[in-house]
Design a protein around this ligand. Structure first.
Ligand code: PMP
Length: 443
C-alpha cells in the first residue's frame, strides 16, 4: 500500500469533513470553554473533531449542519431499534407525563425484569443505569459468592470505565508481555488493578493456566470481542471456558452489553449455546434510555438481596427505563427482526467484501453488528493489533461519511450496526461508494 497516497486521502477526507461540518465545529469550539477536549465524555470525541448530531429518525440521523446521514453508527449500536420509533417515544412520553423518576418499584419495571429473565433464560435480574455499573456489580456478586478477590479478563476486552476492568483494553503490545501470558497494562494513568489478570482470547490452555495460578472469583468475557475490531470465538472456545470455570470454581460472567440485543434474540451466549453464570446487559435494551442489568443464577443473585454484594443506585430501574424497556423488548426487538437484521448484515458484508477485496479487506458480521478489517481475520487482540491497517480504516470512515454514510466514529474499529428500521434499499449505494474508495487508493 502506498502510505503517502493514504496520507493524502486522509488529509483530503479531513478537508472535506471540515467543509461539510462548520456548525459541528462551532459547537465543539463553544463546548471547549466548559469541558476538556470539547466533549461531555471521551466516547464522543473522534478526529478531527466530533460530529454533532441534532436528530435521528428511523435509519437516518441529521447532523448539526442539517446533513442527512444513513446511520450505521446508531449511537454505538444502542439504537438497534431505529431512531424515534413511535412505539418507544410514545411509551417514554406517556411515562414522562406521569413522572420521570420515583425512586420506587413500579409495574413497568417488574414487567421489564420479567421480559429480561425470559429472553435471556436467567433466574433473576438486577437493573443498573449503564453497562459499566452492570459489570462492576457482576464482579462484586462473584467476589461475594466465592470469597475470592482476583478476576480474569481477556486482553482486548472492554467492560466499561471502572478500575477493575480498565486493564489491557487496547494495550500497547510493547508493554504487554508474551503472547500467551500477557502482562496487565493499565488504561489511564493509574496503576493496573493488582487483582485483575489478563488472558488471551480463544486460548483455552492459557485460561486453564490462569485459573490455576490466580484462583479467581470470576472470568469476565465478551462472547465476541467487539471493542477491538471484531473477534469471534473459535468453535468450542466458549464451551471450553465454561467447563474450565466450573472446574476452577470461578463464576463465568458474560459481558453482553454490546451483543445482548444485537446478535440474536436471546443474546450471543444463547446463539453459541453456552450458559454463563451471570450476564451483563445494557446499551439498546430500553430504546436509548440509559439502562444496564445483571441477570443470572438465583443462588448468585441472592448475594445482592442479602447485601453481601450491595447494589444501591438512584437511577437503576427507573420508570422511564421500565416503560421504554418493556416496549423495546416486547414489541420492537421481536424474534423476527433478527432475521431481517442478519439478512441486512449479510448483504452489507457481501457488498463490502466484493468492493474492498483488492485492498485485502475482510468484512465480518453477526446479527446487526459488523465491521471491515483491513488485514487477516483475527482470532485474538494481538492478531488484530498486528494485522489490521487502521489508517486505511480511518480513510474509509471519512470517505463513507463524505458520501452520507455514518459508521461508528472509532478510528480503530470500523464497526457498523443495522437497525430494525433499515431496509435493503438504504444500503444500496454502499458498494459503489466503497469501489470509489478502492479506485482512489489504487489509482
Ligand atoms: N461492556 C461492553 C462489552 C461494552 O461494549 C461497553 C460499552 N461500549 C460497556 C461494557 C460499558 O457500557 P457503558 O458505556 O454503558 O458503561
Amino acid at each position: 500500500m502506498d502510505e503517502a497516497r493514504i496520507s493524502r486521502i486522509i488529509d483530503d477526507g479531513i478537508r472535506r469533513y471540515e467543509q461539510a461540518s462548520p456548525a459541528s465545529h462551532a459547537l465543539w469550539r463553544r463546548a471547549m470553554a466548559v469541558t476538556p477536549h470539547g466533549v461531555a465524555n471521551s466516547l464522543h470525541f473522534h478526529d478531527p473533531y466530533p460530529l454533532a448530531i441534532a436528530a435521528g429518525r428511523g435509519a437516518y440521523a441529521t447532523d448539526q449542519d442539517g446533513r442527512r446521514l444513513l446511520d450505521l453508527h446508531l449511537g454505538h449500536g444502542v439504537m438497534v431499534s431505529g431512531h424515534a420509533d413511535p412505539r418507544i417515544t410514545d411509551a417514554i412520553a406517556t411515562q414522562a407525563a406521569r413522572g420521570t423518576h420515583t425512586g420506587a418499584l413500579s409495574e413497568a419495571v417488574v414487567e421489564f425484569m420479567e421480559l429480561i429473565t425470559a429472553r435471556f433464560a436467567a433466574d433473576q435480574v438486577q437493573l443498573c443505569a449503564s453497562g459499566a455499573e452492570a459489570t462492576s456489580l457482576a464482579i462484586r456478586i462473584a467476589r461475594a459468592a466465592t470469597g475470592r478477590r482476583a478476576i480474569l479478563k481477556v486482553e482486548g476486552g472492554y467492560h466499561g470505565a471502572h478500575e477493575a476492568v480498565m486493564v489491557s483494553t487496547l494495550p500497547d503490545l510493547a508493554a504487554a508481555g508474551a503472547d500467551r501470558d500477557p502482562l496487565p497494562v493499565a488504561w489511564g494513568a493509574a496503576r493496573a488493578d493488582p487483582d485483575t489478570h489478563v488472558i488471551p482470547f480463544n486460548d483455552p490452555d492459557a485460561l486453564e493456566r490462569a485459573l490455576a495460578a490466580h484462583r479467581p472469583a470470576a472470568l469476565i468475557i465478551e462472547p465476541v470481542l467487539l471493542n477491538a475490531g471484531f473477534i469471534a470465538p473459535r468453535e468450542g472456545y466458549l464451551a471450553a471456558a465454561r467447563a474450565a470455570c466450573d472446574r476452577a470454581g470461578a463464576v463465568m460472567i458474560a459481558d453482553e452489553v454490546k451483543t445482548g440485543v444485537t446478535i440474536a434474540h436471546g443474546g450471543a451466549m444463547r446463539h453459541f449455546g453456552v450458559v454463563p453464570d451471570l450476564l451483563c446487559l445494557g446499551k439498546g435494551m430500553a430504546g436509548g434510555v440509559p439502562v444496564g442489568a445483571v441477570a443470572g443464577r438465583a443462588d448468585l443473585m441472592i448475594e445482592v438481596g442479602e447485601d453481601r454484594a450491595p447494589h444501591y443506585a438512584t437511577f437503576a430501574g427507573g420508570p422511564l427505563a421500565g416503560a421504554a424497556g418493556c416496549v423495546t423488548l416486547r414489541d420492537v426487538l421481536t424474534p423476527g427482526v433478527y432475521d431481517h437484521m442478519e439478512h441486512l448484515g449479510h448483504h452489507l458484508a457481501d457488498a463490502l467484501a466484493d468492493a474492498l477485496a483488492p485492498l485485502g479487506a475482510h468484512p465480518l458480521h453477526l446479527g446487526a453488528k459488523g465491521t471491515v478489517i483491513f488485514g487477516p481475520i483475527p482470532s485474538s487482540y494481538r492478531e488484530f493489533e498486528r494485522g489490521a491497517d487502521l489508517r486505511l480504516a480511518y480513510a474509509l470512515w471519512l470517505h463513507l461519511l463524505d458520501a452520507g454514510i455514518m459508521i461508528a466514529p472509532v478510528e480503530d474499529e470500523l464497526q457498523w450496526t443495522v437497525s430494525v428500521a433499515h431496509a435493503q434499499e438504504d444500503l444500496a449505494a454502499i458498494g459503489d461508494v466503497a469501489r470509489d474508495f478502492v479506485a482512489r487508493v489504487l489509482a
